[in-house]
Design a protein. Structure first.
Length: 343
């Protein structure tokens, strides 16, 4: 396999390491606007990793340079903070499968709109292949198989990966979120809608709030039958009170511990039921592992379809992917308990 990773930050460096650890990688190009960052990562990984840059003053020049780099490659993984649509189109036109780890709501919507382009190219464009979205989509697909009818999906997440992820979290909290309710989208003010959500131990219960998160959009693409879908992010009082200001302190370079929670509600044998799944990990490490594995599945032709979509759309055998993720250290958990209140 010949692959390229665009953006060698906390997530991108882990994608590259996971791709190499899986073997059978003949060429691995690490591309970053800052060549020194790519060179440091390539030196750490060793051959066949090679550092490159596509930095240019004009966006058109950057995209054209990127297109040239993609020639002859099998896979492109986009982990850079911006311009995923332009780079995804360029990679698809060069005959590459594409995996994007972006959790930006607008970016995810733009990538999903590229479904005709990816389908015509007979290539996979995996959207939101990170921790959340990404692993959340996979858990939702797995949990849905245990219900006869599913009509609600609710996601919550805690923690951030590297600096780019922390800045995106800050931006999402001050932007309007989207909830799917009764066949239409409803805007929710960022930082509103407080809900106590329980994550795997030792994180436990945290107050979570509405934000501009991409999970509901991806869930609806995978489960068009749902009546309600929402996503919330854990935030402190300081997070909410300073969301309109620039970040007041430098983000952690690697991110701390994070967690996700996916709750599915529906019917099982005429009984109202709920299934709650979750995971606990460092978001950057988990996102890098999910993205790298999604890339390998795309190249190996293991997805159920080509075109653009999240993991809830393209993965058929969720148990196989979850097993492989567990072998790589990303393990999911199932909530063991009961609840009697359904809103």
């Amino acid at each position: 396999m010949r692959a390229l990773v665009l953006g060698v930050g906390a997530v991108g460096s882990r994608v590259a390491r996971q791709l190499l650890s899986g073997g059978s990688v003949e060429e691995l190009l690490l591309v970053d606007d800052d060549l020194s960052v790519a060179e440091e990562a390539a030196h750490s990984l060793g051959p066949p990793a090679e550092a490159l840059t596509v930095n240019a003053l004009r966006q058109e020049t950057r995209v054209e340079r990127f297109r040239e780099r993609c020639a002859g490659l099998d896979l492109v993984v986009l982990t850079a903070p911006t311009d995923h649509r332009a780079f995804a189109e360029a990679a698809l036109s060069s005959g590459c499968h594409v995996v994007s780890t972006s959790d930006d709501l607008e970016t995810v919507q733009e990538l999903l709109a590229l479904d005709p382009v990816a389908t015509n190219a007979n290539r996979s464009l995996v959207v939101g292949a990170g921790f959340s979205p990404g692993l959340t989509c996979l858990l939702a697909r797995h949990g849905a198989s245990q219900l006869d009818v599913i009509d609600e999906i609710h996601v919550a997440k805690f923690g951030t990966g590297g600096p780019a992820c922390a800045r995106q979290h800050h931006k999402a909290l001050r932007s309007d979120g989207l909830d799917w309710r009764n066949q239409r989208w409803e805007k929710r003010r960022g930082g509103s809608g407080r809900a106590l959500c329980w994550f795997p131990d030792p994180v436990g219960g945290l107050d979570c709030y509405e934000a501009a998160l991409a999970d509901p959009v991806l869930m609806l693409a995978g489960f068009p039958e749902v009546v309600r879908s929402s996503a919330r992010v854990a935030a402190t009082r300081r997070d909410r009170s300073t969301k309109w200001l620039p970040m007041l302190r430098r983000p952690h370079p690697e991110g701390m511990i994070g967690a996700i929670r996916v709750e599915l509600r529906g019917w099982q044998k005429e009984v109202r039921s709920a299934i709650v799944l979750g995971a606990l990990d460092r978001p950057a490490a988990a996102a890098g592992t999910v993205a790298a594995l999604a890339g390998r599945w795309a190249v190996d032709g293991r997805f159920t379809r080509t075109g653009s979509g999240g993991l809830s759309v393209v993965v058929g055998d969720t148990i196989a992917m979850l097993d492989e993720l567990a072998a790589l250290g990303v393990r999911a958990a199932v909530f063991e308990g009961a609840r009697s209140d359904f809103v």
